[in-house]
Design a protein around this ligand. Structure first.
Ligand SMILES: [Zn+2]
Length: 282
């Protein structure tokens, strides 16, 4: 029995060494991160709604919507798809859009069909607006957000999920991976969707480990601007206050431990933390 156990242990160690050797022959995939412009407020907007403790009464701020292209070797993934493309030609929209995601990708020499994965931080219309332009991609979205998007009757009001841009996936036309907890997207720890519920039930943030630049943490809408991030401020329309506080605590602790660059996706001051488009951080 003892001998059998020893053999088993040695067998495990042996196969581990073999796997390491095999892995050593294959260099890790190169990972890059490019910021895409997915809209910006034309005028500073009232931000009182981003605090349920009246921290921003009468305060106005400019906000941006950021999307990101992640290259992992030959695999392409988008993180969030911003406001709808129609925003660009809508003079009445409070959001300015210089070019759509598809147009920005074209400038990078990337066709929509090359994007295999759409990682979605959450179900709000300023994060999934251009999803419909990538019908062949697999949607990676928190299980709680997918449940909200597909609920009947659909929720209404401010902060309600926006099912229109993902109708193709809801109807079964596209592949959906409902994410429970964290998701190591490529299986090597380089790109990880982090379970950070509270803004919405299935909200996720994204960790991208870059070889040169080091780890980058993209907030999703865990915080909308630096002051809210610093003070643990919470939007009044979040779906769960306690979950948001716990998620912020996890995210900030991870940022400290990894010495990561934190990028608040809606804060214009964080745009310059990555190289200006079309350049990529790596
Ligand atoms: Zn947002």
């Amino acid at each position: 029995m003892k001998r059998a156990l020893t053999a088993l242990v040695l067998g495990c160690v042996g196969s581990g060494v073999a796997a390491f050797a095999a892995g050593g022959q294959e260099p890790p995939a190169r990972v890059t991160l490019t910021r895409l412009d997915c809209g910006a407020t034309k005028e500073p907007r009232d931000v009182a709604i981003f605090s349920d403790t009246s921290a921003y009464e009468g305060v106005k701020k400019s906000l941006v919507a950021s999307c990101y292209l992640i290259r992992h070797g030959d695999d392409l993934m988008l993180w969030d798809t911003g406001y709808p493309a129609a925003t660009k030609t809508d003079p009445k929209s409070p959001i300015a859009m210089r070019s759509t995601v598809v147009e920005q990708l074209r400038a990078l020499g990337v066709a929509p069909a090359q994007v295999a994965r759409l990682g979605i931080s959450h179900h709000h219309g300023d994060h999934i607006g251009q999803t419909r332009d990538f019908p062949g991609a697999t949607l990676l979205i928190g299980q709680g957000d997918w449940a909200a998007l597909t609920a009947t009757p659909a929720a209404t009001g401010f902060g309600a999920p926006d099912p229109v841009p993902v109708a193709h996936w809801i109807s079964g036309g596209g592949k959906v991976e409902q994410v429970r907890g964290d998701l190591d997207v490529f299986g090597d720890g380089s790109v990880v969707m982090l379970d950070t519920p509270g803004h919405t039930p299935g909200h996720h943030s994204l960790l991208v480990k870059l070889k040169g630049r080091g780890p980058v943490l993209l907030t999703g809408d865990l915080a909308h601007f630096q002051e809210n991030y610093d003070t643990g401020g919470l939007p009044s329309f979040n779906t769960n206050r306690a979950d948001t506080i716990a998620s912020l605590d996890r995210f900030k602790t991870m940022a400290r431990n990894l010495k990561a660059t934190v990028i608040i996706q809606h804060d214009p001051r964080d745009v310059a933390k990555l190289p200006p488009f079309p350049a990529a951080a790596d």
